[in-house]
Design a protein around this ligand. Structure first.
Ligand code: G6Q
Length: 540
């Protein structure tokens, strides 16, 4: 077990809490007129304002000392160097190699993986251009108008989130749809609006063994074959993205139409690999290159900036401060950009699948609490829904607000109202409203307590110029590295996900019962608990 949590650095951090409990954000701002700028960092056009966090300069020094004691820098360097830091799966963790510029060198087992990455990117670009230009045609000679990406989890959430975030970059006349759920309603909805003659199905699955994806892909294949009455149509309407050539071939997709990646790319870290193929077709290879460049901007910042001026490190440390020292259990991400509607869901997987762990890297019980519940919705919608609890509820919920100086639409007035709301929310959360201030407004005494805002509720504001492909790449990398640093401090493996296995195994068993002649009897015979037996009986 890590001895970080009995180290002087950790003890000093914990002992520091009363100093912050004795003050508040109002006082901290009143005492230091420069606070708004001194607790901020700017990197590659991203501005991170953490002045509305419950920290002082001393807090930050203590937190950075914890990061140093945890060996964040050495772990970071090991990840970038391709060491097998995913110890429970014996793998390197090299999503950073996916966005290295051509010509860079990162070796895994003596092989320069950047050259492999660039070779795949070149094939993806060529294919994406062929589809976009109409030179790739379907079986009956029609150009492709609809792309359906079939994948789930890490093979869906990244492309779907980015496709929405980058709506203004989407090619005219191309529709991108995503099918993930094994609920047939998902596939039915996508196929209902698509014309097989002009539809390309991208089957995205790292393992090519995921039941949801393979079932959806199988039915989509039948849909294509049924439309043309000819199996020969499949190669013109199906491509695969996978690491598993054998299974792709066994499924019936020509491996010439397969785009590969590698076991050192985790599913939730794979949107910048060939898993981004549907996105690349939608936004074009140049915009996809910009997207990758955004990741690389933050990789370089993370790799080289001192810990105290390192944006993902600071975000990680603030999370540790609240999760472990203040016992705040959830973390909200609130983008003030409607096109980032799926960003919280994307981060949910990135953060909760990575850091929702109960044992250390060596398998001992963790010494402290690990990942928080991550959630969120775009502003201003959330303001009319759940912000009440963030302002006046009994739980303190640290939040990241994300905003953009310039919109990518023509409605400037809308954008000013949006930004005004963003800034108003973080100010209200920090400063609150005292009973005296409420009374001074002439509020009746019996309503005063109802109208008090406690304030002192911590937020970070992330501001960028505009929601471009490059900025989307930057934002993802920022959170990837934040999650990484927290995993190092908590001494957990952020790159495995054993917690998703048990449900998959039980579902396979229950499926065989549900498809038997007598599901209720089969469930009893299998020895399920009485609740599960009754539920199975009711649907059979
Ligand atoms: C991500 C997870 C998981 C995975 C899906 C899909 O880190 O491993 O979400 O991406 O289960 O897996 P396949 O891509 O293998 O179908």
């Amino acid at each position: 077990m890590s001895d970080l949590f009995s180290s002087p650095e950790w003890e000093a951090l914990v002992a520091h809490r009363p100093a912050l409990a004795a003050t508040n954000l109002r006082k901290l701002f009143a005492d230091d007129p420069t606070r708004g700028t001194s607790f901020s960092i700017e990197t590659n056009g991203l501005y991170l304002d953490y002045s509305k966090q419950l920290v002082t300069a001393e807090t930050m020094n203590l937190l950075v000392a914890v990061a140093e004691a945890a060996g964040v820098e050495a772990h970071r360097d090991a990840m970038f160097a391709g060491e097998a830091i995913n110890n429970t799966e014996g793998r390197a963790v090299l999503h950073t190699a996916l966005r290295q510029p051509a010509g860079a060198t990162v070796e895994v087992d003596g092989q320069n993986v950047v050259a492999d990455v660039q070779a795949t990117l070149a094939r993806m670009r060529e294919f994406a251009e062929a589809v976009r230009s109409g030179s790739w045609v379907g079986f009956s000679g029609e150009p492709i108008r609809t792309i359906i990406n079939i994948g789930i989890g890490g093979s869906d959430l990244g492309p779907v989130m980015c496709a929405q975030a980058l709506r203004p970059d989407m090619a005219d006349g191309l529709t991108l749809n995503f099918v993930s759920n094994i609920d047939g309603a998902d596939l039915a909805a996508a196929l209902a609006t698509a014309d097989p003659a002009s539809t390309l199905i991208v089957v995205s699955s790292k393992t090519f063994g995921t039941i949801e994806t393979l079932t959806n892909a199988r039915y989509a294949r039948d849909w294509i074959i049924g439309a043309f009455g000819d199996e020969e149509a499949v190669p013109k309407h199906f491509v695969a993205v996978s690491t598993n050539e054998e299974k792709v071939a066994a499924f019936g997709i020509d491996t010439n139409n397969m785009f590969g990646f590698w076991d050192w790319v985790g599913g939730r870290y794979s949107v910048d690999s060939a898993i981004g193929l549907s996105l690349m077709i939608g936004i074009g290879p140049e915009a996809f290159d910009e997207f990758l460049a955004g990741f690389h901007d933050i990789d370089e910042h993370f790799r080289t900036a001192p810990l105290a001026q390192n944006a993902p490190v600071i975000m990680a440390l603030l999370g540790v401060w609240y999760r472990n020292v203040w016992d705040y259990r959830s973390h909200a991400v609130l983008p003030y950009a409607n096109d980032l509607a799926r960003f919280p869901a994307y981060l949910q997987q990135l953060d909760m699948e990575s850091n929702g762990k109960q044992v250390t890297r060596s398998g001992e019980p963790v010494a402290v609490e690990t990942g928080p519940v991550v959630w969120g919705e775009p502003g201003t919608n959330g303001q009319h829904a759940f912000y009440q609890l963030i302002h006046q509820g009994t739980s303190v919920i640290p939040a990241d607000f994300i905003g953009f100086a310039k919109p990518r639409h023509e409605y400037d007035e809308h954008h000013k109202i949006l930004l005004a709301n963003l800034f108003a929310q973080t100010e209200a959360l920090a400063m609150g409203k005292t009973a005296d201030e409420v009374r001074a407004e002439g509020v009746a005494e019996e309503l005063v307590n109802h109208k008090v805002f406690p304030g002192n509720r911590p937020t970070t504001t992330l501001l960028a110029e505009s929601l471009t492909p490059r900025v989307v790449g930057q934002l993802i990398a920022l959170y990837e590295h934040k999650v990484f640093c927290q995993g190092v401090i908590w001494d957990i493996n952020s790159f495995d996900q054993w917690g998703v296995e048990l449900g998959k195994v039980l579902a396979t068993n229950i499926l065989s019962e549900l498809t038997s002649d007598d599901p209720a009897a089969a469930a009893v015979a299998a020895g399920h608990d009485s609740s599960t037996c009754e539920l199975i009986r009711r649907v059979s």
